[in-house]
Design a protein around this ligand. Structure first.
Ligand SMILES: NC(=O)C1=CN([C@@H]2O[C@H](COP(=O)(O)OP(=O)(O)OC[C@H]3O[C@@H](n4cnc5c(N)ncnc54)[C@H](O)[C@@H]3O)[C@@H](O)[C@H]2O)C=CC1
Ligand SMILES: O=C(O)[C@@H]1CCC=N1
Length: 265
């Protein structure tokens, strides 16, 4: 099956192309690529991929079209994709707007961990998307990690805010943690290592059992030691509130993006 990627050398488009090729999900001659800077002599070490010059050529040669341009570039693309399965990675551009291209619409929300094949990329399918299409979406997204089907399109905006943010919030925590260490006279190198121990080491301990986080916190509280003192101070200072406010702001921005892109039906 030929898969077209619009934005094939961008952050996510490139990760998808790399994953499809390296995992053998697509042969090089099944990948149809479009970017703005033009063909590259090789693409992740593969020479026989198909480069096209415009979106019309890409649609003509593809059964599935992945749209991985920025939301603000959607309107100018003027995609016409009659009868094709369209998988949009774009934040905020809603299905009503996407359906103008006359394809069968799926919205998926990957994240930056696509680069390492570890994206959680939930998707939502609009009316007219078949079971066979869903199987295709799952297979293509498996190139960059895992997926689930969402029940409503509104949940895509929520996924944009949370898994879509990739390493942003862990990075914020790391910056604040290392900043505290440095302010206490710890060297840069050790400060970053200490933050990495908490952010990355802690994440590894939670991997695959995130639903146990409340019990883990209760265990730290019950210990009545230094970490309990820290947790209680963080809560009193509004830690949970800060996270909630951040996710609400990001969700709200996603909800307003179709209108901001000037492409509301
Ligand atoms: N980067 C991330 O962590 C995430 C991004 N997204 C969404 O994925 C989409 C892609 O994001 P990124 O890969 O980060 O963006 P990016 O800016 O790295 O890549 C987009 C690419 O599309 C190309 N492009 C723009 N207009 C084009 C056109 N008319 N024809 C051909 N190529 C064109 C650009 O030159 C660029 O290389 C965005 O809509 C974003 O909302 C979603 C979740 C996470
Ligand atoms: O920050 C952004 O707009 C991109 C899209 C969703 C997550 N990251």
């Amino acid at each position: 099956m030929r898969t077209g990627i619009i934005g094939a050398t961008g952050w996510l488009g490139s990760a998808l192309g790399a994953g499809l090729l390296s995992r053998g999900i697509s042969r090089p001659d099944e990948l149809v690529l479009l970017n703005r800077s033009g063909p590259r002599p090789d693409y992740h070490g593969y020479e026989n991929v198909i480069w096209v010059a415009n979106a019309a050529d890409l649609v003509a040669q593809s059964e599935v079209v992945v749209v991985s341009v920025r939301p603000e570039d959607w309107a100018a693309l003027k995609l016409k994709a009659d009868g094709r399965l369209i998988i949009s990675f774009m934040a905020g551009i809603d299905a009503r707007t996407l359906s103008r291209c006359r394809g069968r619409i799926v919205r998926a929300m990957p994240n930056a961990a696509a680069e390492i094949g570890a994206s959680y990329s939930p998707f939502w399918a609009a009316e007219g998307v078949s079971e066979a299409d869903r199987a295709t979406v799952r297979r293509l997204l498996s190139a960059i990690g895992t997926t689930d089907e969402l029940e409503t399109e509104a949940q895509i905006d929520l996924m944009t805010a949370l898994p879509g943010s990739g390493a942003a919030y862990p990075a914020m925590m790391a910056v604040a943690m290392a900043g505290f260490m440095r302010a206490q006279g710890v060297s840069d190198v050790i400060a970053w290592r200490a933050a990495e121990a908490a952010v990355v080491g802690g994440a590894r301990l939670l991997e695959g059992r995130m639903a146990e986080a409340p019990e883990l916190l209760a265990a730290y509280r019950g210990y009545r030691g230094t970490t309990a003192a820290g947790i209680e101070a963080a809560e009193a200072a509004g830690f949970a509130k800060a996270v909630t406010v951040a996710l609400a702001a990001a969700t709200d921005k996603a909800r307003r993006m179709t209108i901001d892109a000037g492409d509301q039906v």
